[in-house]
Ligand binder design. Structure first.
Ligand code: ZN
Length: 281
């Protein structure tokens, strides 16, 4: 006969078992999504967390089977809206890693409009840091500035706090990982390079797409650059068609990872409009 004592015991055992499972899961969760847990702090984060040794996660691959995340660096620049339109036309999404001041200043009216256009159309926007420096060569103070200036600019323009950063040249060291962690950023590199940044001809970039499609990996996380007209007007339409015909779904980085693109969707900074802090000087 099943008595209430043994029922109580089994409930207690189940509870303890469950608690230990939950506890076991906590450290990883903290490590990966520290900012999401509300422990992150903007601005000067050189206090308790700095000595704690937390390091940002670095991603090089998508995890949702059948997805492709096309990612474009170095903008916002002249061809951005056309890239958005080309992708939209095909029912595709992509991700843009913006600099603050590289090919142009992110606060220039035309660039503000472009950043908004990409965001408003449901594309993921993310940080490529401020001035495209090799982060490996910077002090903690300079590094922090490269991160925060860009994050602040994107937040002022769109209202969102970005969760992902691509380090220029894909370069990072331990200090970069620490600062990225303090800034609530996951670093993102790639597993497919179109070669556009090193002058690979458009026809050869297409051949790289032919090859990867033939190899047919489960997922693709690309590296391209929105600042080259051939990347947007020649290679992109080809890549979209080729990938979709093969059955891949073109999604944002967050969608290919099954995560959230931002730490928030609304911000007090949104809608305040341009003031004298919107400057690249
Ligand atoms: Zn770059």
């Amino acid at each position: 006969m099943f008595n209430s004592n043994s029922l109580r015991t089994s409930i207690l055992v189940s509870f303890l078992l469950f608690s230990s499972l939950v506890q076991a899961a906590v450290p990883d969760e903290n490590l990966v999504r520290r900012w999401d847990n509300g422990e992150g702090e903007g601005g000067d984060a050189s206090g308790a967390s700095a000595g704690g040794g937390g390091k940002a996660q670095v991603i090089t691959k998508c995890s949702v089977s059948g997805t492709v995340a096309l990612t474009f660096d170095d903008g916002p620049y002249n061809y951005l809206n056309d890239a958005v339109d080309e992708l939209k036309k095909a029912g595709a999404k992509a991700t843009f890693f913006f600099n603050g001041n590289n090919w142009g200043c992110i606060y220039d009216d035309a660039n503000v409009q472009r950043v908004k256009y990409a965001y408003d159309n449901g594309f993921q926007i993310a940080s490529h840091t401020w001035a495209h420096k090799d982060l490996k060569s910077l002090s903690r103070e300079d590094l922090t500035s490269e991160f925060t200036r860009t994050q602040d600019a994107i937040e002022k323009i769109t209202g969102v706090k970005v969760a992902y950063t691509r380090p220029p040249y894909g370069n990072y060291n331990d200090l970069v990982l620490q600062v990225a962690y303090e800034q609530g950023q996951t670093l993102v590199n790639w597993d497919f390079d179109s070669g556009d940044s090193v002058g690979v001809a458009a026809s050869d970039q297409k051949a790289r797409y032919d090859k990867i499609v033939q190899e047919h990996p489960e997922t693709i996380l690309s590296l391209e650059h929105e600042v080259h007209d051939t990347s947007i007007y020649d290679v992109l339409p080809y890549a979209i068609q080729k990938l979709q015909k093969t059955g891949y779904k073109l999604v944002t980085l967050a969608e290919c990872l099954g995560t959230q693109p931002y730490h928030n969707e609304t911000s007090s900074a949104k809608g305040k409009g341009k003031d004298d802090t919107w400057t690249c000087s």
